[in-house]
Design a protein around this ligand. Structure first.
Ligand SMILES: C=C(O[C@@H]1C=C(C(=O)O)C=C[C@H]1O)C(=O)O
Length: 183
């Protein structure tokens, strides 16, 4: 793994997560991005010609490796740990770290362990029953400066996964253009 990505992932793990109602959002645009309820992959796709995924990690972690918050939000059980970089037109925009309990991968239409370089959101949000909850936001203190991050639990067919996302400096969230309206 690229050393910078490893540092970003470590900063993402150390975010002190806050409730959106108590968070001081730097501006309205970042607030809209961080509170997005639909698929982030879809939203990012609307800002570029090609959204691509670099899969940097895709392995099972033991239940004991989860921290207290993760256990509270999921369960104490082994998970698939998936780490990706989402690139818009070749530029690294978002780093994603997802924990998918093994029980959440059972009885799904797709084998999430074989997701590879397809954005997870495209698969999850194609399911009939999708819900997002437990959304929290925060700052990641990285060697390149502070970057916004969020974490939420996605339910796919009533089974949870925990997705943390770090918005890298070139992400469209930080560009000051007007909020994209799909035109
Ligand atoms: C969870 C979503 O999918 C995105 C895709 C990810 C992946 O491919 O691993 C990780 C984080 C997300 O930003 C989404 O689109 O909302």
């Amino acid at each position: 793994m690229n050393q910078l990505i490893a540092l970003y992932l470590s900063a993402l793990r150390q975010v002190s997560w806050q409730e959106p109602a108590e968070f001081n959002f730097p501006d309205a645009i970042s607030k809209q991005w961080l509170l997005e309820q639909g698929s982030l992959s879809r939203l990012l796709s609307s800002y570029c010609d090609g959204l691509t995924v670099d899969l940097v990690h895709n392995k099972i972690v033991k239940a004991e490796k989860l921290n207290h918050q993760e256990v509270d939000l999921l369960n104490q059980e082994p998970c698939l740990l998936r780490k990706v970089v989402l690139n818009g037109d070749g530029e690294a925009w978002v780093l994603g770290r997802t924990l998918i309990p093994l029980s959440s991968m059972e009885d799904q239409q797709h084998d999430l362990a074989q997701q590879g370089e397809i954005p997870l959101g495209l698969t999850v949000f194609s399911a009939d029953n999708v819900k997002r909850d437990a959304l929290q936001v925060g700052w990641a203190n990285t060697p390149q400066g502070d970057m916004l991050a969020r974490r939420s639990r996605l339910w796919m067919n009533h089974k949870p996964m925990l997705v943390a996302e770090l918005f890298l400096p070139t992400a469209p969230m930080y560009t000051k253009e007007k909020w994209h309206d799909g035109e």
